[in-house]
Design a protein around this ligand. Structure first.
Ligand code: RBZ
Ligand code: NIO
Length: 348
């Protein structure tokens, strides 16, 4: 696939590492006392190759798409909620709108494949790859051609906001049924049993959850020999998930800071990571979702999520909520006095 053949993620230069550690350790605090904030500041400064890193023009991209599998009763909500929520995002009434407004984060909604025609709106990108995916219980979700189109869609959106001066962006999603897709991706990409990957999504009852597990197990039996990340994406992903994969890859390629939300966004990240492991240095995991598979996925990635707030929403909400802590990490790094500046005695 041309998109994948052209993929080049720059490895991070370590020439500043010693100076960055020294700058952090010289701040007026016991050594290591700002914990994860110190690790975040170090990571961002390395990505930017700068002793004075900054966050510029932050964005949340919310990718939306419908899933054929939603018709098989794997979600607690009807498929129409996908387009209805896109409408809600554009009206400014969803959780992600509220948190993004609170932290001055711009938002864009990408229709990657919702089964609905939307009116024009300044925050909406009309990128529909198709009116939703095929039901993977019956046939692969999409062709290779559409998969590549979706990768390019995500990459193009990231390039567009990079041109607006953005250097930090969060990836969010909306698509009824997409925890099922994400569970399949996780099981295949990590080669772990499906039981560790399936959760209750929007809030399934015990009975509905058993039905979901049974259907997804049938799907796994149908496709025993998938190995490559692209084949796995084509078979199980949604257009919004593949567009996120393309976007995550391009953001790292552009040396932007990549903020990863919950279970579905992390599944997209996982596919991107399998395609280009160098993206690992650009990613910040914003929270640990209640969706059970997310906890296993984060462990497998050795990720250190910023928040544990019992969220299970998606939309990029974890990214928006973690953003002020990321700001705090750079503020301490750029503004805090050193022992020498402040005339404070160092460790004896
Ligand atoms: C009103 C509403 C708003 C949402 N915002 C995000 N999701 C989340 O729930 C969906 C995934 O769960 P499942 O696989 O169980 O369908 C995705 O659309 C996800 O972003 C929502 C779900 C609902 C119902
Ligand atoms: O972790 C998430 O992002 C998530 C969990 C459940 C439903 N929707 C999203």
């Amino acid at each position: 696939m041309e998109f994948i053949r052209r993929l080049r993620v720059p490895p991070i230069d370590d020439t500043l590492d010693a100076a960055l550690h020294q700058k952090i350790d010289q701040k007026t605090k016991p050594l290591g006392a700002l914990g994860q904030l110190e690790r975040l500041a170090f990571q961002v400064a390395r990505i930017q190759g700068s002793m004075t890193p900054t966050l510029k023009n932050p964005y949340i991209l919310v990718f939306a798409g419908d899933h054929g599998v939603a018709k098989s009763g794997v979600s607690a909500y009807p498929q129409d909620v996908t387009w209805q929520m896109v409408h809600n995002f554009l009206q400014g009434g969803a959780a992600i709108n509220v948190f993004a407004r609170q932290h001055n984060i711009s938002m864009r909604v990408i229709d990657a494949g919702v089964n609905h025609e939307f009116e024009d709106h300044p925050q909406l990108v009309k990128g529909k790859i198709g009116p939703g995916t095929a039901n993977f219980l019956e046939q692969p979700a999409m062709s290779e051609e559409l998969c590549e189109k979706a990768l390019r869609l995500g990459a193009a959106q990231v390039d567009a906001i990079a041109e607006e001066g953005c250097n930090v962006l969060g990836f969010g999603e909306m698509g009824i049924g997409n925890t099922s897709s994400a569970s399949m991706l996780m099981s295949y990409l990590l080669d772990v049993p499906l039981e560790h990957c399936v959760g209750r999504g929007t809030g399934l009852s015990d009975e509905q959850f058993e039905h979901k597990v049974k259907l997804l197990q049938q799907a796994a039996e149908k496709y025993p020999n998938l190995k490559s990340p692209i084949d796995i994406l084509q078979t199980f992903a949604g257009f919004e998930i593949v567009a996120m994969v393309g976007g995550i890859l391009r953001a790292a390629q552009n040396r932007m800071l990549v903020l990863i939300d919950g279970f579905i966004a992390t599944a997209a990240y996982l596919a991107a990571y399998k395609l280009a492991p160098a993206i690992g240095e650009y990613a910040i995991f914003c929270h640990r979702s209640m969706e059970q598979g997310h906890q296993h996925m984060l462990e497998a990635l050795k990720a250190d999520p910023i928040l544990k707030m019992d969220l299970r929403l998606g939309e990029g909400t974890g990214c928006a909520l973690a953003y002020p802590l990321l700001q705090s990490s750079l503020n301490f790094f750029n503004e805090m006095a050193s022992f020498a500046d402040a005339g404070v005695s160092e460790k004896s």
